[in-house]
Design a protein around this ligand. Structure first.
Ligand code: ASP
Ligand code: MG
Length: 409
């Protein structure tokens, strides 16, 4: 007998029937002899709807009141799920973030968890109850309600699993696991049996929405084994764990992609010691998130810097650069939108030279022009025209043999 933390996302609790279905999944674990802590998200699209309500009233709602508003979503689900469990003959108790002892920094909208005081949860578990905790929320030192950032319920679950030393953390969602790439775009995408924390972290940061990046970071730091699985089907999902216990280091394990990428080039900059730091400090101070950066020197005096941003940030980026033109001393700004970023991820890359070369070769053979590149130890990203995004993923999926079954051990 052990302790299991189960997390159910918004779609999985989107209606009364689905909440009843979740209650059955919870009871299955409880009846097999485990203690169970359940973390839930707000029902369906509730959080989005609350955000739109706020936006109707104010173009810049107070962050404190925003947290007050959004945390109501999860509070609805915990109460309903506890009632459903009672109806099915099981004792359950719901806790909001602060009741569950979820302490966070004093930041609204994107707070980090600082500590979890688990006594209250533990007391209830000892009495044999199922404990249902509101995801995505906590309380700051000065007693303010905070949220952990969109998608933060995954982090609540993993953090609780770490603090309670749970045997396992199951993340239930509307897909059956982590796939080699998005099966809605690529028919041959295959569900993975296992993936390492580092690979999952890269994929999550590159826009694979299945897990919140911070939750993966937490799981890695505290060595919490995760399973991503379906709340509807009973099949096994994908295990996320340390590379060392995995069967094989695949060169490429997954492909992530995102559109809405724009390249901005700042041309004719003075080729000085401080140029790079000045330009990126200016952008950072104005809240502009930059992704890939490329510097090209045309002659001794002048240099150009290109970087990618999300397309929604283009207008702000140009405004900030223009406002600081006298400081930055550039000649002109150029930009290109309608781009996409395609990334291959795999921990076997560390020991396999030539993976990037193979990626570039297959893209060029298919007539796909690469506009920017960035790499890490276990990832290569290429920026291409958005019209070639899916095609790029398809040819890479094929050449790196991602649809092939992993060898059974
Ligand atoms: N309900 C929150 C959101 O939609 C948190 C979560 O679901 O993880 O972002
Ligand atoms: Mg989510």
């Amino acid at each position: 007998m052990g302790l299991i933390v189960q997390k159910f996302g918004g779609t999985s609790v989107g209606s009364v029937e689905r909440i009843q279905n979740v209650a059955k999944r919870v009871i299955m674990e409880k009846e097999s002899g485990h203690d169970v802590v359940v973390v839930v998200s707000a029902m369906g699209k509730t959080t989005d709807q609350l955000v739109s309500l706020a936006n109707e009233l104010s173009s810049k709602p107070s962050k404190r009141e925003m947290d007050m508003l959004l945390t109501t979503g999860e509070q609805v689900t915990i109460a309903l799920l506890s009632m459903a469990l009672y109806e099915m003959g099981h004792e359950a108790i719901s806790f909001t973030g602060w009741q569950a002892g979820m302490m966070t920094e004093s930041v609204h909208g994107n707070a980090r968890i600082t500590n979890i005081q688990t006594e209250r949860i533990q007391e209830q578990l000892e009495q044999g109850k199922i404990v249902v905790v509101a995801g995505f929320q906590g309380i700051s030192e000065n007693g303010e309600i905070t949220t952990l950032g969109r998608g933060g319920s995954d982090t609540t679950a993993v953090a609780l699993a770490a603090a309670l030393k749970a045997d396992k953390c199951d993340i239930y969602t509307d897909v059956t696991g982590v796939f080699t790439t998005d099966p809605r775009y690529v028919k041959t995408a295959r569900k993975l049996d296992a993936i390492s924390y580092d690979e999952m972290l890269e994929l999550a940061n590159l826009g694979a929405g299945v897990l919140h990046p911070r939750a993966v970071e937490f799981a890695k730091n505290y060595d919490v084994p995760l399973e991503v699985r379906s709340s509807m089907e009973l099949e096994r999902g994908t295990i996320v764990k340390e590379e060392a216990d995995m069967e094989q280091n695949l060169v490429v394990r997954g492909i992530a992609f995102e559109d809405q990428v724009t390249r901005v080039s700042v041309c004719g900059l003075p080729n000085g010691l401080h140029t790079l730091s000045t330009i990126f400090t200016t952008l950072a101070n104005n809240g502009i998130n930059v992704d890939i950066i490329i510097q090209s020197t045309s002659n001794e005096e002048k240099t150009s810097i290109s970087f990618s941003v999300k397309t929604v940030d283009l207008e702000d980026t140009i405004r900030v650069l223009e406002e600081h033109k006298s400081l930055l001393q550039f000649e002109q700004i150029e930009s290109e939108s309608n781009l996409a970023k395609v990334s291959i991820v795999g921990s076997g890359m560390i020991s396999n030279p030539g993976v990037a070369a193979q990626m570039f070769q297959v893209l060029s053979e298919n007539g796909i022009l690469i506009k920017m590149v960035s790499t890490s130890e276990i990832k290569v990203s290429a920026v291409v025209d958005v019209e070639y995004m899916v095609k790029s993923v398809e040819v890479l999926h094929e050449v790196f043999e991602l649809s092939k079954e992993e060898a059974a051990v």
